[in-house]
Design a protein around this ligand. Structure first.
Ligand code: 6PG
Length: 253
């Protein structure tokens, strides 16, 4: 059954980072207590920076089971990992280089690959291996962080892109003409929606219109199509991004 999204309102970007970091630590603690590694998909862009910085500092850094955590990426720009626009670069600068996560617990998308299509196939193969999924099966991530662009894109699934409707491949290469770095690798909807927990991080008044379009008006933009088939979905929005929502739009929907 598709879970209904929970819309959680926080005061500002700092509160959003704190709330997200706590949710991640709680999910990690729960996974490890259940005898599993914690599988965590990082979002790119700018909004998650503060959350990663909170995770990299006490008390959260001390509570996270880093040796039992596997980190994946929701998408990656097709640039080298040390490029300022690389999502890996941002995550490494703010989090991964600051915590004792074993290198074999970090599964990077190879944005530097000459052939993005091959890099997408490689990453899909990695997911199949790590999750030991049968052919055609899906990984079940414990926690997927997502951001949302002003056009309602999420990961690198952009409005009108065939990738939004991809149902067979778990990872694809896309060319998003409107994006700062057009060539990208991205998870598709099936592995995202197969996750146990999905959390959108959305902050800033510039996002208020698209937040209303999706959460109030039901726009089926890519971020609005994210709906876990058997998991929990939380939209964590700050007051500025929730500026066009009504009180009825907040909480359990
Ligand atoms: C990327 C992200 C993308 C991002 C949104 C929001 O690679 O750019 O995966 O989906 O989450 O564009 O970005 P901001 O958080 O910077 O607004």
């Amino acid at each position: 059954m598709d879970a209904k999204p929970v819309v959680t309102l926080v005061d500002d970007a700092a509160a959003l980072a704190e709330t997200a970091a706590l949710a991640i630590v709680d999910a990690a603690t729960e996974a490890v207590a259940a005898g599993r590694r914690f599988s965590f998909v990082l979002a790119g862009g700018g909004t998650p920076r503060d959350t990663y910085a909170r995770l990299a500092a006490p008390p959260f850094s001390e509570r996270m089971p880093w040796d039992r955590t596997s980190v994946f990426f929701g998408d990656e720009r097709c640039v080298p990992p040390d490029h300022p626009e690389s999502n890996y670069h941002m995550a490494n600068e703010t989090l991964l280089s600051k915590v004792p996560i074993p290198l074999d617990g970090i599964f990077r998308m190879r944005g530097e690959a000459e052939n993005p299509e091959e890099a997408a196939v490689d990453y899909a193969r990695t997911l199949s291996t790590v999750f030991a999924t049968p052919r055609g099966g899906l990984p079940r991530f414990d926690f997927v962080l997502l951001g949302m662009g002003l056009d309602g894109h999420t990961a690198s699934l952009f409005p009108g892109s065939p990738a939004v409707k991809e149902i067979f491949r778990t990872v694809v290469a896309v060319h998003a003409a409107a994006a700062t770095i057009p060539q990208r690798l991205t998870l598709t909807m099936p592995p995202i929606n197969a996750a146990a927990r999905i959390m959108f991080l959305v902050a800033g008044a510039e996002k208020a219109k698209v937040v209303k379009a999706i959460l109030r008006d039901g726009a089926t933009l890519p971020a609005g199509v994210v709906r876990p088939t058997n998991g929990a979905l939380t939209w964590l929005v700050d007051r500025a991004a929730a500026g066009l929502l009504s009180p009825d739009d907040i909480g359990h929907r």
